[in-house]
Design a binder for this molecule. Structure first.
Ligand code: NAD
Length: 228
């Protein structure tokens, strides 16, 4: 059975109306990335960080999956393929498209974590830093369950193993700037996978992608997955 590793970036969600931040000079929905997506930004102003994700959540709730998300959900159902799907996105568009197994390596918009006891809470409509953790009762420890710059992404041990054993590695809508995800292609190639990038722009001087397919992922990805 062919083992396929797919790594998704913010580009796939752009076609569902959610902004990437690298395409807008380091701004994400008009906020500075370092203010709302770094651990230093959170330590400086946790209230603002909670407000930012409270503002983003309804936008993400409303967004609908596009043809690329749907093609991946269909691909997962194939009996001749074993798919390992990792997304850097915090939205839930894969789940909305019907994907059953999605690893959110940078966390999820619908979760809050208690920094005191590690308990993960389903976020009600809004979260606030000084809400009380419903497990340990601590106040002033809640953080959106989103991996910020300066924190370790999730599922890294499992991801390492999958990179070593996949036959095909596919990255979609990712600029290759945010590590460690940007280094996954190198590892997959080193262990023998055939490697593909589906992106709007060509990434110069990247020797690890065997193929770079330019265009909108909703137009290029479905036909490729059908042929694989
Ligand atoms: P990124 O590094 O993944 O860059 C986006 C890439 O997608 C660009 O190279 C662009 O050319 C490409 N792209 C844009 N539209 C495309 C399309 N229709 N088809 C194919 N490619 C397309 O993303 P980023 O914006 O730099 O974000 C980095 C991190 O920020 C992410 O890893 C994520 O954790 C977080 N983020 C998440 C979301 C979300 O959850 N929707 C949105 C923005 C940022």
């Amino acid at each position: 059975m062919k083992k396929v590793f797919i790594l998704m970036g913010a580009g796939i969600s752009a076609e569902s109306g959610l902004k990437t931040f690298r395409d807008a000079n380091g701004l994400w929905e008009n906020f500075k990335v370092e203010d709302v997506a770094s651990i230093e930004g959170f330590e400086k102003n946790p209230k603002q960080v909670h407000e930012f994700y409270n503002m983003l959540r309804p936008q993400m709730d409303k967004a609908l999956p596009n043809a690329a998300h749907i093609a991946i959900a269909d691909f997962e159902k194939r009996a001749d393929i074993s798919l390992y799907l990792v997304t850097q996105n915090v939205d839930l568009l894969h789940e909305k498209a019907g994907s059953k197994n999605v690893r959110h390596m940078h966390g999820r918009i619908d979760e809050t974590v208690c920094l005191k006891c590690g308990h993960v809470i389903k976020t009600p409509e809004k979260s606030a830093f000084d809400d009380v953790c419903d497990k340990c009762g601590a106040k002033g420890y809640l953080k959106p369950n989103i991996v910020f710059f300066g924190e370790m992404p999730m599922f890294m041990d499992e991801i390492e193993n999958e990179l070593k054993s996949c036959d095909v590695f596919v990255a979609v809508g990712t600029s290759g700037v945010v590590y460690p995800a940007a280094g996954f292609v190198q590892e997959a190639k080193y262990y023998g996978a055939e490697t593909y990038l589906f992106n709007l722009e060509y990434i110069e001087n990247n020797y690890y992608f065997d193929h770079q397919i330019l265009g909108k992922a909703s137009e290029t990805l479905p036909a490729f997955l059908q042929k694989l």
